[in-house]
Design a protein around this ligand. Structure first.
Ligand code: C5P
Length: 221
């Protein structure tokens, strides 16, 4: 039996960048490495939680964490929806594609002789976290906001619009932090409280701080 501040708490975390198929050999994706999500899963496990990691990276998480591999947004949404009622904390650390190819070609798309340009039609993906925000009952919902400008203002908007309980705002325009980096620096936003600045540190350290802040916000002591 695990001990800790999140003992018997069910935590579901998403990690990585979604991959949207174009044809059998091509995918539309982004620069998310999944490191922050994996660090959060390890920190939640350390705090005694029952942890499920829904990940696009193909990497097996440490022993003790339930692993659900997915690739695209709709698989990720399905995996979350199936577990939402039984979860207490959901952390959407994944970088979810806003768009996906309108059609997935069954065969590899070939370039035509003389063809110099190619238009790819895209359609909007569902906003997974906004959907969960609209249907949440007891769940504590945590979103991420990767921004390159007006970090706090843009993140404040997402906090309200998506009905999340905490937003982890990440300035991905700065060198050495964010996508792919070992380190991160974030601001935690919750409605009705002042922004909490977590200065640059390894993602494992930031993850432990985020998990503590979530535990404190759910059950203040
Ligand atoms: O609006 P934006 O994509 O910046 O919001 C980021 C947050 O929303 C992240 O927590 C991300 O996982 C989530 N998101 C989502 N579904 C989308 C797009 C983003 O759940 N289609």
């Amino acid at each position: 039996r695990r001990q800790g501040r999140l003992q018997d708490v069910h935590v579901v975390i998403t990690a990585g960048g979604t991959q949207e198929p174009i044809d059998p050999v091509r995918r539309l994706t982004n620069r998310s490495s999944g490191k922050m999500g994996y660090a959060l899963a390890a920190a939640a496990l350390q705090a005694g939680a029952n942890v499920t990691l829904i990940s696009t990276t193909g990497r097996q998480p440490p022993f003790g964490i339930t692993y659900v591999p997915v690739t695209d947004v709709r698989q990720m949404q399905q995996a979350l929806t199936a577990r939402f009622a039984a979860s207490d904390i959901v952390i959407m650390a994944a970088a979810v594609a806003d768009w996906r190819p309108a059609r997935v070609a069954q065969e590899k798309i070939k370039k035509q002789p003389g063809q110099e340009t190619w238009q790819l039609d895209l359609v909007r993906n569902p906003d997974i976290i906004a959907g969960l925000g609209a249907q949440k009952t007891h769940q504590f919902l945590v979103g991420f906001a990767a921004e390159t400008q007006d970090l706090i203002a843009n993140a404040e908007k997402k906090l309200a619009a998506k009905h999340v309980d905490m937003l982890v705002a990440n300035d991905v325009g700065k060198p050495g932090i964010g996508f792919g980096a070992e380190d991160n620096a974030v601001v935690l936003l919750q409605s009705g409280t002042a922004p909490q600045y977590l200065p640059k540190a390894p993602k494992t350290t930031i993850a432990a701080q985020v998990i503590s802040a979530i535990a404190a916000a759910r059950t203040p002591d």
